[in-house]
Design a binder for this molecule. Structure first.
Ligand code: MRU
Length: 352
């Protein structure tokens, strides 16, 4: 894991004894700590605690995690191997329920394991590692394509407001929404980024500002509540966000606070774009009300940096994500192209 790339994860070794190296994102920006993940328990804890996070990145973690989970069954017969495969896949996919990429990637690697189990468990494990690596390669290419499509929409010197973290740390590639910013910067468009701090876990302040400042892209951090005043000041020409799950009609789940930004953007006449790969779409759901929303602990809201900030025992409302309705989204930028206007018909036309 090099200083420059800030990769969220890296598989080290072969399928039988390899381990997953994770950059612990909870320690950023103060420490770059690499964790050596060797068991399913360790990986589930890392995903739940957001040591690895962001929809595409947790998809990659789940894909490699299934290989880790089956290492102990490399000598098992096909029936025992597939039983263990099913149980590990069910467990991993459920750790964070909103992001489509996690369940999608785990299911894809599990299907590969099932298909190869007749050749022997060690062979199946090897095929699963190859499948996880293929998902990672495809994901990197998708990020690059989204970045190209998105940067083509941008003008010089735009103020871009973003929420949460959608860069390399969240994706494993160059990013989704932040990938567009990096591409615009590389094209000489000089984007000026405004990063919502993104309470309660501060992915915007800790991670987005970190990635951008390392790449020398100008970035200003703001409290989430300052977004309306910033838009009213005329300094924002575009809002770019990622997504954790997009339904057949284009409704998009993303980090809590995204929906509010979309309402504000509409009120100020500012284009609002969602940037996400096809692996984030869930066409089995007609609309966003069906997306399962992860609820997280009150402690995240009632404490700040380990210090209590609310009376002991007070209730907290802490959904990790909200859903932005399609009618508030100017376009969805996907690796296959740009969906605009956003509707069931236009999503189907691009994604089938
Ligand atoms: O809870 P997190 O940090 O995993 O939430 C991440 C986001 O909401 C991102 O915006 C989303 O996963 C898209 S990243 C490409």
């Amino acid at each position: 894991m090099t200083q420059e790339l800030l990769q969220p994860l890296h598989w080290e070794g072969d399928s039988i004894s390899g381990v997953l190296l994770l950059l612990d994102q909870t320690q950023l920006p103060t420490r770059e700590t690499v964790l050596r993940i060797a068991t399913t328990d360790q990986l589930c804890e890392a995903i739940l605690m957001l040591r690895v996070r962001g929809a595409p990145a947790i998809g990659l973690a789940g894909a490699y995690g299934l290989v880790l989970a089956l290492q102990a069954h490399a000598q098992a017969d096909a029936a025992a191997f597939t039983r263990a495969l099913h149980s590990a896949a069910t467990r991993l996919a459920a750790v964070r329920p909103t992001a489509r990429n996690l369940a999608w990637a785990v299911q894809r690697v599990a299907a590969c394991g099932h298909a190869h189990s007749v050749e022997g468990s060690a062979q199946a494990l090897q095929a699963m590692l190859q499948e996880a690596r293929a998902i990672e390669t495809e994901n990197t290419a998708m990020c690059a394509q989204m970045a190209r499509h998105g940067a083509n929409l941008m003008q010089p010197n735009e103020g871009v407001l973003t929420h949460c973290n959608t860069g390399p740390l969240a994706t494993g590639g160059c990013g989704s929404a932040l990938g567009v910013v990096f591409a615009a910067h590389a094209n000489g468009l000089r984007p000026q980024v405004f990063a919502d701090e993104t309470r309660p876990l501060l992915q915007g302040a800790r991670l987005t500002a970190y990635e951008l400042s390392r790449a020398r892209v100008p970035v200003t951090v703001l409290c989430d509540g300052a977004a309306a005043a910033l838009m009213a000041s005329g300094r924002v020409q575009r809002v770019l966000v990622g997504a954790d799950r997009i339904t057949a009609n284009g409704d998009s789940a993303n980090k809590i606070g995204t929906y509010g930004l979309a309402v504000l953007a509409r009120a100020h006449g500012i284009p609002f774009h969602v940037v996400a790969p096809s692996t984030t779409f869930d066409l089995s759901l007609a609309e966003g009300t069906s997306i399962p929303i992860e609820q997280r602990s009150a402690a995240e809201v009632c404490n700040f940096a380990g210090v209590p900030t609310a009376p002991n025992g007070v209730a907290a409302f802490n959904p990790a994500f909200d859903v932005t309705p399609a009618h508030l989204i100017t376009s969805i930028i996907c690796e296959r192209g740009v969906i605009a206007p956003v509707s069931t018909a236009s999503v189907r036309a691009l994604l089938g």
